[in-house]
Design a protein around this ligand. Sequence first.
Ligand code: ZN
Length: 480
Amino acid sequence: VALTAQQKAQLRQDHPDCYVCLELGVADSSLAGYENRWIQYDHWQPQGLIGAAQATMLENMRPIHAAPGGLSPLDPGWDTSVRRNCHRGKSNTFTGSEWVSYIKIAHLAAKASYSDDLMQDRDQSDSAYDVHIRWSGDGQSAEMLGRQHAVMTQRVGPTQEEWRSIASIVNPRLLWVDEKVQSRAASPTRLAQFAWHLRENPLLSPILCRWSDNRLKVFDGNHRLCAFILARQDHPVPVTIFDGPDPERFLNVAAEAHDTLTQLKYQYTDKALKFSALHADELESVQERYGDQASEELAWRGMRPADVRLRIVGRLTLRLDQAGEWRLKWRGLGLTDPSWNQFLETYAKVTPEAAPFASPQYLREEEFENLSFLCQAFDEGLFDTDQARDSLKTKWWKRSHARFARALSQVVKNSLHLDNTPDKPTYAPTWDQWVHTEIRKAVDNWRESPAWRDDTAANNEADIDRILTQRGFTETALFG
Ligand SMILES: [Zn+2]
């Protein structure tokens, strides 16, 4: 409904403040200083709630700051800006009051990486948060918080160790971040959206925790728990509680419990991130023990290669996430978790290095710098364009990067005057300007390649290799 100039003037007189700023208690909520065309008029209550006739009545309209290019309430610095756009970011389906609620949630979410951040008034040593569980002698039941629970028993992990657990619902204030196993911080945007969803929808999969030192420690579900608390502070939350094994042995349980209980497969990377957080001190302890001779190989000797690989991938991913969040962005654009791992495996060394940390042959730091540059180059040259999608299919991605990496290794060897071609192009001394320039050009060549102009239906690696060559996606065409 278009409002007349007279109606607008009336509304501004009745409501001299922007409703968003007013409801959120911002210091200067007035509309003064905003030109007429910088103000919009919103429905406060939804039509569904009060009926179409009333919803469109003048009484249900509220003015709102809407300066072009101004800061949205979802932007940092919005509350002190003199050029606000309190309408920007508002979903079409929101009414005014819903938009205000959403902003409140988003502001809390922005300050919460872990569920403990949302309950900072608790004192960890306060015995009010003690949880006692009495497991019955026959292994059938357990008493917790005055209630009997059926005990579930599972054999999991490579050793088929037996773990017991109970399912229950508890006040979220009894849940603590597991200082050993939990590693993923929540992302504010996803958190706000998830919390919004949970206001009216149940949390279907339980938060997983272990019982240790009379505390319930969350090792899986930080994101869900944060969202749940934001959505409904005092509601009990569904949990599955494992009898507190030590965290070292616990990781396999964590992974399998996640897969079977939440019916969501752990992405490989999630598992890798947990491993690397859990084993952060391994390299330090080998250093203490072996001094100058300490190496990755010594630190991880005797472990299954798969577990060592998880540690290395986890470390690289953690640092790359911190440096640029490329993985998360690319995932949002359609790159699968296996393809991220393929990317790392193609360019980085995912096996333990035998050279001691102290030796010049140990190149993890250089590798990280080189990988960061490579991510940045693909991010800007490919993912920031709308031409990324064509090369993201798992096997096409894999085979294309195999070519790119082989050619890149040659460029690195020549440019840095190395004796040998590096096995993995990023595991090399820090790249120089020449390598950087060549990579930028090669990513452009990738993006513009005729390879993506025809169909990419083939799903067999040999076929894909043949087609890539036919369409001129070759090492020489990439790095001409
Ligand atoms: Zn405002």
